[in-house]
Design a protein around this ligand. Structure first.
Ligand code: SF4
Length: 477
């Protein structure tokens, strides 16, 4: 759905390539394919084997880079990042990759996720003399690497990784190596591919398709991969790993053409829609048409339509060329933004009982606006079905799901919420139904293998008293 309008915002995306003469061009295209994961800033750092240089800025990839800039970034290795930033700001200095120059060499860092113990680590590091250039939790890792005096770069990285907790897919690049690390819960997707003799790494497999790379495998929870001139070397840096893949990656964030651990996102969403068809009440099954809120709910709507036999129709159209609405500060302007971004198709919904499939409700305002829009266009009834359970708890792992106070399902019963959004019925998918439909592999300990914390409140890692919710910070990722 329209993330920036309803308070459910994407996180970030990382991309890397090692050993290709067109590394900057490849990274540019890779970042473009990950643009849905963050539209507020992007950057690339290149290595030519002797030094690291980069370019970054605020805005979309196509706004930050042009052909001259891409051509000017020479080298055969690169890491890149697209970033989502909360409304509070953050600014240029927080755009990643972060680049550090030391007397002994340079280091570039790109991160997708959120460290839950960054505040206490930062306090500790500052007490020991560290001076932070950014307000990003990502910089903590660089200081931990720098502080550790033990062994090789890889050894120092392992020591640093043993100290950070939370969600992270890290790309760390030096002049002659690239390191790829995933947190012990595997909260964020991260995949490795091959392009000729070069290795590529990306938050989503859709980035491989656009550059013509072959998918090799997903990075495993707690895995550290080092890529250098002698090839790819893998090891587990953490004991007691256990899958807790973010369920919202399947439900909403990832592109439908991406695969996560062998599961195609579009297919998983269709199954969520089919499962919903088993869980709705009879009145919903008597509807005339099914429509999905574009873009992320269309797959689930198709699944729902297939399972119920109710025809799928394009009842809502996205106006693609309307400007981004994140710059509009007030709720009323944001709601106006919804009106501009979505249009009901009167000829489809007029006089009909409509099933409106959406992937989630955060603050409720956007859902209310869309239901109103459909009714104003003549829909006789609007039954809202949500292809995930109710979001009642904040995410501390890099998704801005709003603070608990803003999560409307945390403070209202289903019936109150139905009334608030003006729907004729409201159905959420059950927790068990969501797990069954996604079909993610089981965790090492036999658990479901997915993080369900924003629905259940059961967080797969420790949450500390000073853990910052991305909403509280100036910057996330
Ligand atoms: S809390 Fe929710 S949004 Fe955050 S990682 Fe877990 S499933 Fe994803």
């Amino acid at each position: 759905m329209l993330a920036e309008l309803r308070g459910l915002n994407e996180e970030c995306g990382v991309f890397g390539v090692f050993g290709h003469e067109n590394a900057s061009q490849i990274t540019y295209y890779g970042l473009q394919s990950l643009q849905h994961r963050g539209q507020e800033g992007a950057g690339v750092v290149m290595s030519d084997g002797e030094r690291l240089r980069g370019h970054k800025g605020e805005g979309l990839v196509t706004e930050i880079f042009n052909q001259d800039i891409v051509n000017g970034l020479t080298g055969s290795a690169a890491i890149g990042h697209v970033r989502y930033q909360t409304a509070g700001g953050g600014g240029y200095q927080n755009v990643q990759p972060l680049l550090f120059h030391f007397q002994t060499g340079s280091l570039a860092l790109a991160h997708n996720g959120n460290l839950v113990n960054a505040t206490s680590l930062k306090r500790e590091l500052e007490a020991q003399g560290s001076i932070f250039q950014t307000t990003s939790d990502t910089e903590v890792l660089a200081h931990l690497i720098r502080r550790s005096s033990y062994g090789t770069m890889k050894d120092r990285l392992k020591t640093a990784l043993s100290m950070v907790k939370g969600a992270y897919a890290f790309l760390v690049m030096t002049e002659n190596e690239m390191h790829v690390a995933l947190d012990p819960q595997g909260l964020r997707p991260l995949s490795i591919g091959k392009l000729g003799n070069a290795y590529v790494v990306a938050s989503e497999t859709c980035a491989f398709d656009i550059i013509g790379a072959e998918f090799l495998r997903d990075v495993e929870p707690g895995e550290l991969i080092t890529i250098n001139d002698s090839g790819l070397h893998s090891e587990q840096f953490a004991a007691g790993v256990s899958d807790a893949m973010c369920t919202m990656e399947y439900v909403y964030f990832s592109r439908p053409d991406s695969d996560i651990h062998g599961i195609n996102v579009h297919s998983a969403r269709k199954r969520l829609g089919k499962q919903l068809a088993k869980e709705v009440e009879q009145a919903v099954l008597e509807a005339d048409v099914v429509t999905g809120v574009p873009d992320s709910s269309i797959s689930a709507a198709i699944g729902f339509a297939e399972a119920t036999g109710i025809p799928y129709e394009l009842g809502l159209i996205k106006n693609r060329y309307v400007g981004r609405t994140f710059i509009q500060p007030s709720q009323s302007l944001r709601e106006q933004g919804v009106k501009m971004k979505l249009s009901p198709v009167r000829g489809v919904v007029e006089g009909k009982k409509v099933v409106m499939v959406d992937d989630s409700i955060v603050r409720g305002t956007t859902s209310r606006r869309i239901v109103t829009m459909l009714k104003e266009a003549g829909a006789k009834e609007v039954h809202v079905v949500i292809s995930s359970p109710a979001i009642k708890h904040p995410c501390f792992y890099g998704i801005d799901t709003s603070e608990k106070g803003e999560l409307i399902a945390a403070h209202h019963t289903n019936e109150e919420l139905r009334e608030l959004i003006g729907a004729d019925s409201l159905t959420y998918l059950s927790v068990d139904g969501t797990i069954d439909a996604i079909q993610h592999r089981q965790g090492a300990l036999g658990e479901c293998g997915q993080c369900m914390a924003c629905f259940t409140g059961e967080y797969p890692t420790e949450i500390f008293p000073d853990t910052q919710h991305p909403h509280d910070k100036e910057i996330m990722c």
